[in-house]
Write a protein that binds this ligand. Sequence first.
Ligand code: SF4
Length: 264
Amino acid sequence: MKVSACSYRPILVPCSLKNHDYQIDPYVGCEHSCHYCYVLNQAETDWSEEVLIHKDIAGQLNGELENVSPQTIYLGYYTDPYQPCEAEYRQTRQVLELLLEKCFSVSILTKSDLIVRDMDILREMDHASVSVSVAFNDNRIRQKFEADTIDTEARIRALQKLREAGVQTSALICPVIPYITDVTPFIETLAPYTNTIWIYGLSIEDRSGRNWQNVQGILQTHFPDLKEQIESILFAKEHSYWTELRQQLTELKNDRKSDLRIHL
Ligand code: SF4
């Protein structure tokens, strides 16, 4: 993997998520190369070959935080902060060290167990929280949709370690791909390690995007019998597949009195 410096750009940027004013993406691009990724459509490099880093992430961020009061910052919107090259380049670790020093906290979303390395910092922060995302019950299928992520089981073990260390956790079942992602078994598996589980369907804006071109190719090659059905569900404004799944999950939520956040 080639890692190069990106052109100068702000590191601390406004965040559109509820409860977060700012986000930080320690990398530009993402080595995980999920074929369905919504950021792919604006990728600056071929992520399977090259990702970009900020020249002096801690120095620049230190300046950008000068007039910002301590608060919780979101990490993981446009990139995975714990993609494989973080083990060597430690961009995320540098950000966390600085944020801790300045009394900030973080909400992190990742698909990687490398986050366990930074539990020492997360435990020191007030209200740090980590969300781990999973989507594929079968790792052979995962490899078709996510070129370079770790096994689902390893992610769940990371969630367990975080929870045991006293870090606030949640999980994402995302993206739910019709007929491919089996949501209910995931809820059973994740429940011991988190109180909150968010569930999101695969979102593809339009057929011209690179993510749809990728997904379409995977479906054509590996799931030819399901391709048309899945495509019609993904591009319908509302579809009975989602209505029924929503209903089933709502019943499960009520029965178990669990904190399922259903966004399907
Ligand atoms: S881990 Fe997230 S940011 Fe990275 S490629 Fe996958 S979906 Fe995109």
